[in-house]
Design a protein around this ligand. Structure first.
Ligand code: SAM
Length: 223
């Protein structure tokens, strides 16, 4: 039972700190086996990156892909970015989770849109050009990798200066996006976790990163 008495929903609090600055966000999680119902370890690491880069985000347009309960996007919005949260267009429960995370954190001007990877629906064409695209643990099903890269390429072409900030959990040494990045003319920079204090098993008051092997990458157009 959650704090608000809703059965099957539990609210987790994540606290980010640096020097004397501090941000706490609350994320409701639904006890359901679907992927987009709770915070994944990668999300805490990406949210920590967003927090340490917060001065870059003020008034920037940030679009999160496969947001689920949207911890990184919520942190970006709290740090002053104009945020659009997206999840699969056919996954209304995940889109409702995005809305719920916004409500709980008093974020009333965050847009929530259905965006299915690899699909160019009219709604996707109407999205504002993003400065930063976020994606936490979106590379977990190899058959989706090219669709994700296609969507990212489409968004980067709308704003060639934009960057895709993404965290990835190593689940198999056979999986790689290198060939796809080359095919779609993208480049990738690995960001060592220690450079943003995320090389620890306990982060933002959460033990979620645990001993998972997580990578942070910035993908952009190879111009
Ligand atoms: C592993 S979860 C990660 C959720 C969240 N980003 C996090 O790290 O906590 C993957 C997310 O991708 C979404 N997703 C799965 N397939 C998708 C698709 N084809 N298009 C868009 N989103 C999709 C799921 O609904 C889910 O929210």
């Amino acid at each position: 039972m959650s704090k608000d008495g809703n059965p099957g929903v539990a609210v987790k609090v994540f606290t980010f700190e640096e020097n004397r600055e501090r941000l706490s966000v609350s994320i409701p999680e639904v006890l359901d086996p679907q992927y987009g119902m709770y915070v994944w370890p990668c999300a805490v690491v990406l949210a920590q990156y967003v927090w340490t880069a917060r001065t870059e985000l003020l008034q920037k347009t940030v679009l999160e892909l496969g947001a689920g309960v949207a911890l990184p996007g919520v942190v970006a919005a709290k740090c002053g970015a104009k945020v659009v949260l997206t999840d699969g267009a056919e996954l209304p429960l995940c889109l409702e989770n995005c809305r719920q995370s916004c409500r709980v954190n008093n974020l009333h001007d965050v847009r929530v849109e259905g965006l299915t990877w690899g699909e160019a629906s009219p709604e996707v064409h109407l999205l504002p050009p993003a400065d930063i695209i976020l994606g936490s643990d979106v590379f977990y099903e190899p058959e989706d990798f090219e669709n994700i890269i296609l969507t990212v390429t489409f968004l980067l072409r709308k704003n060639p200066q934009a960057k895709f900030w993404t965290t990835y959990q190593e689940r198999s040494s056979d999986w790689s996006i290198e060939g796809l990045l080359h095919k779609w003319n993208l480049k990738c920079k690995n960001i060592p976790l220690q450079t943003f204090h995320a090389d620890r098993s306990h982060l933002a008051g959460s033990h979620l990163p645990g001993c998972h092997s997580i990578q942070m990458m910035i993908i952009s157009m190879d111009m």
